[in-house]
Write a protein that binds this ligand. Structure first.
Ligand code: SF4
Ligand code: SF4
Length: 165
């Protein structure tokens, strides 16, 4: 897995042009069964992916924390929301609350999330490959394929299924 993660940014760069063109065609004419297809591809890929061997998302790209996330996590940690924000978060250029540091403070040495039950919504949904109307988040996906080996494989499989490539 280590080697796969190391090679991923270069692989994603190499495919970037093809992926952008593919997403532009997908947006113009999404297949009728796209939501169903994404669900299947996502389940198949994550069925054979061990995120505990990877954790590249937690190491390189923190989530944004919504108001609800902050309330829920600070309660779990028995902290006041303001205290939680001051200890772990900062406000980014887009005015979102994000982590002060990466890898994520809540990732332990075994790649486990210490706040798994109450983790941010963005962590639960990453890499967003099983969401409806997948064609609408192409810019985000183009970034995620350089971070997440599963997302890269899902996009490649999607291209094969939709365009036979
Ligand atoms: S979601 Fe993707 S990047 Fe995150 S741990 Fe799983 S395979 Fe790795
Ligand atoms: S909160 Fe948990 S799942 Fe989210 S980035 Fe941190 S360690 Fe990973």
């Amino acid at each position: 897995m280590k080697e796969i993660i190391q090679q991923l940014p270069a692989k994603a760069r190499e495919k970037n042009k093809e992926h952008r063109k593919f997403f532009s065609r997908l947006k113009k004419k999404p297949p009728k069964q796209l939501d169903y297809l994404m669900e299947t591809l996502h389940e198949d890929e994550f069925g054979r992916t061990d995120c505990l061997q990877c954790a590249n998302c937690c190491k390189t790209t923190g989530p944004l924390f919504t108001e609800k996330d902050i309330q829920r996590i600070s309660k779990f940690l028995k902290m006041k929301p303001q205290q939680f924000i001051a200890s772990y978060l900062r406000v980014d250029e887009e005015e979102d609350h994000v982590l002060q540091q990466l890898p994520c403070t809540f990732l332990d040495a075994d790649n486990r999330c210490m706040i798994y039950e109450v983790r941010p919504k963005a962590c639960r949904e990453f890499p967003h490959t099983n969401r409806k109307k997948f064609q609408q988040i192409s810019n985000l996906t183009l970034k995620n394929v350089a971070i997440c080996p599963a997302a890269f494989n899902i996009v490649e499989e999607l291209r094969r299924r939709v365009e036979g490539k």
